[in-house]
Design a protein around this ligand. Structure first.
Ligand code: GUN
Ligand code: FE
Length: 436
């Protein structure tokens, strides 16, 4: 199948997205067996593949599927929980919600619901926290696999400072995580992330067990939280007096490396930025969450100075939207407050190629290069009746993306493709998975 439209993507790793974007005003991609096999101007593609069927999205913008580098699937139902900052918010809203996932069928229902929200918002890959329950992690992997969707998730590990029914132990965390790695990691498009929630909810013994597991599986992902809130940081320093700073806790247990993704990173010291950079680890910038919980303003300039890999993330349910364009809109506002505006092409990079490269997945996703999976989104510049947005050239493309990010929502997503299969039906209902 040929897909025609205005196409924007970053074919390679970039430190200057506005220079490295490829924009084809009348472009086309060829999709065969779930993968992209060619990308070029439409005329060229038409000549090379004269009898191939065409889906015509002329006047719309085709970009790679979005990658959400930090989110929580069980928190879908608790967006907009009023009034608290991080630690009270966890106790009052988050832990009670996650307790509901002790019920396997509830987990399955919510996993399906979560994926529908992703798809409706153009997200085709997520690095998602599950709950402590192994069956909830299984439920999310299963629901994603039915759509051939690249999902990265893991069972949350916690053995203290949370309700007893959400606790595992160092041994259980190790064994259950290991069994889930063996079951899912690298099977189809599923990938595993070792998931200690954050330092305060794991004992030294548990972090040690997870560090051992990480050393046994060097290509598995690691996800956790880091330096989000000042009370949290003070608490970490009292719980781990033998470590010189918050990141030092994770370093001590061998959890800082490539493919390790740290949510937030608002209040880091210079040594911590340096250590993240040297390790090739990734920071997930969660602007809507940081504003919602009053956590603080991410300092992108310092992250750039230390050349730390960065990706954009919703952090639902502290985050207030599944939509990564909208999330970039919030990042823009944070960057304005910091006097360092993040431009829309940088925003697009941070939710596509930048995230994929940071996660070492750019051979498969994050761009529209031949041999990658056909995960892409069709954006609707005329999503509201007032819109006069144009997409004639790269500069128009940037302006349009910006407008969609500030004013848009699900209406901007005309269609989401996962491995070449359209996911949205008429009236934007999410179609049942084709393999179901
Ligand atoms: N820190 C530890 N757990 C969480 C969580 O669920 N959400 C956020 N935003 N921060 C956390
Ligand atoms: Fe989070």
């Amino acid at each position: 199948m040929i897909f025609r439209g205005s196409i924007a993507h970053f074919p390679k790793v970039s430190t200057s997205p506005k220079d490295d974007i490829v924009y084809l005003h009348d472009g086309a991609i060829v999709v065969e067996n779930g993968k992209i096999t060619a990308i070029d101007d439409y005329k060229q593609i038409q000549q090379t593949f004269p009898s191939m069927p065409l889906t015509d999205y002329s006047g719309k913008l085709i970009v790679p599927g979005f990658i959400d580098s930090h989110t929580h699937f069980p928190q879908t139902e608790m967006i907009a929980s009023y009034g608290e900052q991080l630690l009270a918010w966890l106790a009052e809203y988050t832990f009670p919600t996650e307790l509901k996932f002790a019920d396997k069928s509830y987990s399955e229902k919510m996993a399906g619901h979560f994926i529908q929200q992703l798809v409706r918002n153009g997200t085709t890959t997520a690095l998602a926290f599950s709950t402590v329950h192994a069956h909830a992690c299984n439920a999310l992997f299963s629901a994603a696999a039915k759509r051939n969707m690249a999902m990265i998730t893991g069972k949350v590990c916690m053995d203290r400072h949370c309700p007893e029914d959400l606790q595992d132990t160092p041994e259980l965390a190790y064994q259950e995580s290991k069994a889930l790695i063996e079951k899912w990691h690298g099977k189809g498009r599923s990938l595993y992330a070792i998931t200690p929630r954050f330092a305060p909810t794991s004992s030294d013994e548990q972090l040690q067990a997870l560090g051992k597991l990480a050393s046994e599986y060097p290509d598995v992902f690691i996800q956790t939280h880091l330096s989000e809130n000042k009370d949290e940081i003070a608490w970490v320093s009292s719980l781990f007096p033998h470590c010189s700073n918050y990141l030092g806790v994770y370093q001590h247990y061998g959890l800082v490396r490539k493919r390790a993704v740290f949510g937030h990173c608002i209040h880091l010291q210079d040594e911590e930025w340096q250590a993240l950079s040297s390790a090739g680890a990734t920071v997930a910038f969660c602007p809507s969450s940081n504003l919602f919980l009053g956590s603080g303003l991410f300092d992108k300039q310092t992250a750039d100075k230390y050349q730390v890999q960065q990706a954009l993330a919703s952090d639902v349910g502290a985050g207030t939207s599944f939509n990564l364009l909208r999330t970039y809109g919030e990042a823009y506002k944070v960057s304005q407050l910091k006097g360092q505006a993040i431009d829309p092409l940088q925003g697009l990079y941070m939710m596509t190629m930048g995230a994929a490269a940071a996660l070492e997945l750019d051979k498969d996703i994050g761009n529209l290069n031949p041999n990658t999976f056909a995960d892409f989104v069709v954006l609707e510049p005329h999503f509201n009746s007032l819109s006069t947005l144009r997409i004639n050239d790269t500069s128009d493309c940037a302006d349009t993306l910006f407008a969609l990010s500030i004013m848009g929502d699900e209406r901007c997503i005309n269609q989401t493709y996962i491995a070449g299969i359209a996911q949205l039906g008429t009236n934007k209902t999410v179609e049942e998975p084709v393999n179901a």
